[in-house]
Design a protein around this ligand. Structure first.
Ligand code: 9D3
Length: 246
């Protein structure tokens, strides 16, 4: 996959993608990464990329011309069928299903905003969608770009080990994960649940499923509402609720 980013802070973006799974994927040439800075396309002596908002109000708006020029430059190096994705708090919400869709494309161009955001005519002229990570305030799109790139690249075939597909399926299962434990068996009097030590794999599977259902019920009821529970799952969740109401 070929990934482009337009950012006023290319060092920040590059530093975030050059480590771990992603850095390795780039080194192995499973992914190409190219960052373009709108400031390099500013034409005035001050290399201005932002200006005051028409209509007044606080903050600054990204100027259309330098960002558009940076997008055109980045786009020229990406394969046909690579969408332009603007990152901003007004976007539709990113989730794993969006990550899966993006991972099936030959490339993508992520445009990180700064200040109050983009001149609206930028989105209109380029066409492309705006994506948000959720309802909280970031200082700019770079951290969001890194999050999206990370979630997409780890879905690419061969980037992670083979047992990763099970993990992806399990998120698709629409439940939160169960608790995990490793040695020691006793940490400051807190012990590992007995069921995990017995080696009874059907009992372990049932315990984990019950914990997943219970946690999802407690923490993310929105996920449970979207999910059709099997008879076994309904029974396990009722058990969890009964045990945790005491
Ligand atoms: C505090 C400024 N806000 C005033 C009304 C609007 C605002 C503008 C620009 C808030 C944040 C930003 C910068 N944010 C992003 O570039 C961003 C973002 C985010 O803030 N939250 C969730 N996802 C994203 S993706 C890009």
């Amino acid at each position: 996959m070929d990934i482009g980013v337009v950012s006023l802070f290319p060092e920040l973006t590059e530093s975030m993608v050059s480590h771990g799974v992603l850095g390795r994927a780039i080194k192995r040439e499973q992914v190409t990464f190219n960052c373009v800075n709108p400031r390099d396309f500013a034409t005035d002596v001050h290399r201005t990329v932002d200006d005051r908002p028409y209509g007044g109000g606080p903050g600054m708006v990204l100027k259309v011309e330098p960002v558009r020029a940076a997008i055109d430059k980045a786009r020229a190096e990406l394969p046909a069928g690579s969408p332009v994705i603007f990152l901003g708090p007004q976007g539709t919400k990113f989730d794993q299903s969006v990550a899966i869709k993006l991972s099936q494309l030959p490339g993508m161009l992520l445009v990180a905003g700064r200040y109050e955001g983009f001149d609206e005519r930028l989105l209109e002229s380029v066409g492309g969608e705006e994506i948000s990570l959720g309802d909280f305030v970031l200082s700019g799109g770079e951290v969001a770009a890194a999050a999206i790139i990370d979630s997409v690249v780890r879905l690419l075939p061969g980037v992670l080990g083979d047992d990763s597909s099970a993990e992806q399926d399990s998120f698709m299962g629409g439940l939160l994960d169960h608790p995990h434990y490793t040695r020691p068996e006793d940490f400051e009097g807190m012990t590992v649940p007995q069921v995990l030590l017995n080696g009874n794999h059907s009992e372990i599977r049932r315990w984990r499923l019950k914990q997943s259902l219970g946690r999802t019920w407690q923490r993310r009821p929105d996920l449970l509402e979207q999910k059709e529970l099997s008879e076994e799952e309904q029974k396990l969740l009722q058990e969890f609720i009964a045990e945790n109401a005491k």
